[in-house]
Design a protein around this ligand. Structure first.
Ligand code: SAM
Length: 191
């Protein structure tokens, strides 16, 4: 191989490597939003199973922490007769949630607030729903135990709570749902 062809050959491979490294960054960008968990909505059939797992009924107050487009709280009101609230840090998601509540005609039963979920008052909740990330779930544990009353149910889509032993664990369309019920002594059993 002459000096020139070797240089061309090297340039070609270096160019190819740079393109391969750059391509995922160009094609895989998504809007992470302002929070620490990207917006990925729970499929509707899974939302329904989350609410069934928590045995949501009229009289319940469902709070979704990181509520996205409000689908969990809206379905809890529309289909299960509950009331509820959703908190999201992204104002766009709160706008979507309010629109969805209007479409479902449940604005008298639900409320959506733009707020960091760690600052949300959840003491009113009889059911808390989560579709967050493992480390966020872990950081939420003290808040859940401090603010929720005995009998409150916590349902998490996809992610567990570290060594908290779930009262129930089900698979729905390849997704795992976890249920914990706050016991009388306020201490959730660990594995
Ligand atoms: C995976 S999505 C889940 C949306 C909805 N709960 C569902 O299951 O369809 C997570 C949501 O949490 C919101 N979020 C992320 N960090 C947050 C924070 N610190 N406080 C409040 N919301 C947050 C995001 O904006 C996003 O809408």
């Amino acid at each position: 191989m002459t000096h020139m062809t070797l240089r061309t050959f090297m340039k070609f491979w270096i160019g190819l490597c740079v393109a391969m490294l750059a391509a995922p960054a160009a094609f895989c960008q998504w809007d992470d939003g302002p929070g620490e968990v990207p917006y990925v909505p729970t499929p509707m059939e899974v939302v329904e199973e989350m609410l069934k797992l928590a045995k949501v009924k009229p009289g319940d107050f469902v709070i979704d922490l990181g509520c996205g487009d409000g689908r969990i709280v809206v379905m809890a009101a529309e289909k299960f007769g509950a009331r509820g609230m959703g908190y999201d840090i992204n104002p766009e998601r709160i706008k979507d949630s309010n629109e969805n509540a209007q479409k479902a005609k449940v604005t008298d039963k639900v409320k959506f607030v733009e707020k960091n979920l760690f600052d949300a008052d959840i003491s009113q909740a009889t059911v808390v729903t989560l579709y967050l990330l493992p480390d966020v779930n872990m950081r939420l544990r003290p808040k859940l135990l401090k603010e929720l009353k005995p009998g409150a149910r916590i349902v998490s889509h996809s992610f567990d709570m570290g060594d908290w032993k779930p009262d129930k664990k089900v698979d729905v369309n390849g997704r795992t749902l976890y249920l914990w019920i706050v016991p009388k002594d306020g201490q959730i059993r660990t594995n």
